[in-house]
Design a protein around this ligand. Structure first.
Ligand code: UD1
Ligand code: CA
Length: 483
């Protein structure tokens, strides 16, 4: 395959139908912006240069590209005088920078068409090369072609031209083969051709599509490839198409992971960003949402109903009804149900975080357990330690955060308050209900609570006539009878 000398991505249009303060091409599907998907596919075919044409809200789009795809070059089309105009001003600006493609294939695509696949783009490039074409158009046969430019073919079946919907005759509007607005051009033909465009049409714009007629008139070959999957050509103009594009991409992602050996019990409720990585033989239960840089190792079982954002899951871990962000779950660890892991929560191998446990910026050591109803913030918990139910790592004095250390094989009693900064030594215990404000030496038992005092007969004396008082009196009778 010949790699393109350049890919030019048109993204200057306004995107009015999105009704959004966010530029259209910055809306996301499956964890990446629309234009980001187009850039990624352009880079995947080895383009020497990827150029994005900016116009409306260009500062926002430029900042996004600089942050996510720093190798991308941008040009500016101040006034949106049509797709042909966009390419013409782009080539002019590249030329001024000495960066115009000198030869070879140049791809032109729209920034709002995120479903173009690498395989389809490679086919289009191969078709262009084998046909020796000046221009090769990716077409699609659609049940409803309304609004699209139509591919007009001659009696021999060769592409004679592209007619925009607004310029088409009744007979031409009956054609179902449409222009996807994705093309490969010969660089020299493109540079010359965009100088010849007129605005003699219904919209008074320089149409890129007119280059097909230009090629024909000069005896050059025009090729067209019907997209094997018409979904590849879907353009996003409104929120309904945004949702449609996301549904299609999500299904493609899910099918790819299943082909790679991931078990997905219900693909219809499984949501995986493009940036996620999964190993074979992990299992995703219904309602699993994997976002960002999440990685799941083999044998791990995720879900049901779990959202993992930028989270690493080790081999064989169990993650059940969990919300997790920027956390690291070690091999064989067990999390959930109903657990909240916040940034820098790290569970070592075999560790456990159970129901109604929240963990932030803390290491839970190898095989250590935080089984129930506990907040762990800013802590280091040693290997094999056990944290009793309802323990709170009291990490915040209202102004500053401080850290707590719990030694290995320590046993923190239920309802302990560990007031940071504080250390519980290796093998130490704390008594249930203790408020620990001072370090506990290794192996010691810390008791930090009021002593119990029983006031005999208080209920009968002070709550006469209540069921409690009756029960108390009856118990006393029985006690007397036994004597
Ligand atoms: C275009 C094609 C049409 C095709 C359709 C597919 C032309 C003349 N028509 O029509 O044949 O069926 O796409 O979706 O090319 N843009 C600019 N600058 C401009 C105008 C547009 O950057 O001056 C960008 C837009 O942001 C968009 C893309 O080019 O990303 C397509 O523009 P749009 O106005 O949507 O073209 P259509 O009328 O849909
Ligand atoms: Ca469009």
């Amino acid at each position: 395959m010949t790699s393109p000398a350049a890919v030019i991505i048109l993204a200057a249009g306004e995107g009015t139908r999105m009704k959004s303060g966010t530029p259209k091409v910055l809306h996301q599907i499956c964890g990446r912006s629309l234009v980001g998907h187009v850039v990624a596919v352009s880079e995947s075919v080895g383009a020497d240069r990827v150029v994005v044409v900016l116009g409306h809200q260009r500062d926002q789009v430029a900042a996004h590209l600089a942050a996510t795809f720093p190798d991308v070059v941008t040009t500016v089309q101040e006034q949106q005088n049509g797709t042909g105009h966009a390419v013409r001003v782009t080539l002019q600006q590249l030329d001024e920078q000495g960066a115009a493609p000198a030869g070879g294939p140049v791809v032109v695509v729209s920034g709002d068409s995120p479903l173009l696949s690498t395989a389809t783009l490679e086919m289009l490039l191969a078709e262009h090369r084998s046909a020796g074409a000046a221009v090769t158009v990716l077409s699609a046969v659609l049940p409803d072609p309304t609004g699209y430019g139509r591919i007009v073919r001659d009696d021999a079946g060769l592409v004679a031209g592209i007619v925009e919907h607004k310029d088409a005759t009744h007979a031409e509007r009956a054609i179902h083969e449409v222009n996807s607005s994705m093309y490969v051009f010969d660089a020299a033909f493109l540079a010359d051709g965009v100088q010849r465009l007129t605005t003699d049409n219904a919209q008074g714009e320089e149409y890129l599509t007119d280059l097909v007629g230009v090629a024909r008139d000069s005896g050059r070959v025009v090729a067209a490839l019907a997209a094997p999957d018409p979904d590849d050509t879907l353009g996003v103009n409104d929120r309904a198409q945004l949702a449609q594009a996301e549904a299609i991409m999500r299904q493609r992602i899910n099918l790819r992971w299943m082909a790679d050996g991931v078990t997905m019990r219900d693909p219809a409720t499984t949501y995986i960003d493009v940036s996620v990585d999964l190993e074979p033989d992990c299992v995703l239960e219904p309602g699993t949402i994997l976002r960002g840089a999440t990685n799941v190792a083999t044998g791990a079982v995720i879900g049901p109903d779990s959202t993992l954002i930028d989270t690493i899951v080790g081999a064989g871990a169990r993650v059940n009804r969990v919300h997790s962000e920027l956390a690291d779950i070690g091999p064989g660890a067990s999390v959930g149900p109903f657990t909240f892991l916040r940034p820098a929560a790290e569970l070592c191998e075999g560790a456990k975080a159970g129901s109604f446990v929240e963990i932030k910026n803390a290491v839970v050591g190898r095989d250590a357990k935080v089984p129930h109803l506990t907040y762990v913030g800013d802590a280091d918990i040693g290997a094999g330690a056990n944290i009793g139910a309802s323990t709170v790592f009291v990490n915040y004095d209202g102004v500053h955060k401080a850290r707590t250390t719990v030694g290995r094989e320590a046993r923190v009693g239920s309802d302990t308050m560990l007031v940071a900064p504080v250390t519980v030594g290796d093998g130490a215990y704390t008594a249930a209900g203790s408020v620990i404000t001072e370090d506990v030496p290794p192996g010691a038992l810390a008791v930090a609570r009021g002593r119990q005092r029983n006031v005999a007969g208080w209920v009968v004396a002070n709550r006469a006539g209540t069921p409690s008082a009756e029960a108390a009196a009856a118990a006393q009778e029985e006690g007397n009878d036994e004597h």
